[in-house]
Design a protein. Sequence first.
Length: 341
Amino acid sequence: MTTLAQRVTTWRYVMNHANMPEGVQMDSVSKWLIVTRAAVFTMTATSGIIGGLLAIGTAGASVNYWYLVLAVIGLVIAHAANNMINDYFDLEGGVDTDEYVRALYAPHPILSGWLTKPQLRNAILLMQALDLAILLVLVWARGPWVAAFAFGGLFISVFYVAPPIKLKHHGLGEPGVFIVWGPLMIAGTYFVATGTLPGWVWVDSLPYAILVTTVLFGKHIDKISADTLKGIRTLPVILGETRARWVAQALMIAFYPIVIGSALIGWVGPFVLLSILGIPVLLQVLKQFSVPRPETPPQSYVGWPLWFVGGAFVHTRRAGALLIVGLLLNAILPGIRLPWT
């Protein structure tokens, strides 16, 4: 009989690798963590937390913590729905097959036989219903601007792969992700928490949005050959692999001057400068992006044929965590400022 400790170990593995450990029997929690691709929920939670900590750290701002928690929960649920929507419509559109990259690095919910199409559709509808309930509460509390943020995100989420727009197919998936994980999630959470939205929050929503975009860039670089064969023109397909790797490197670097500049100007407290501790990881990942993917995976590598996305995710997780620590310290010690701010 599997103990709780063993199951927690399995769930932790799934959250780190988006797959089951070899030789371990799958349980229902692990199944749904994989189906919803919960391994990447940390990026969404981070966006929401950044928005909340920016609000908490704003002098004179009145923060409603219940609304803030509801907003973050709603964002994570929306991300789960988005991942399942992508799988549903990519399968419907003939993109996802047993040979396509999506089914190689992790089980596809339908192609793996775990769910039927109606079951996946019903799971999507359930997630959307839960988010609608949260939205109605927050619109009642903060007004129609909350709906504008939510429906903006929903539009990009659905039509990322859904016909007739298919943003991903026309080089618009990456800009869409940038908008969602930055201005919509971070600025939207700030607004829900405080009922206000200063102009500087829009700027401070950009650094983490850039990092999340690098993760998608990495994934799409990994899929250039497969996407080209299917006529899917992601930005890396349009740019070509070499230029796409350069753009991804430039985006990773861009995170740091924006965060540092925001602290030097005084928009946020000085503790966000802790983000520079992410530079050693940045240098490692820049080195990884400086050369093409190896022909074969290193020993014990998990996630092949994906390669670049892993490095981008590791950097995003490290830099994002340091940014959160800095914002948290700013909120705890609001009186500490740089002398000229």
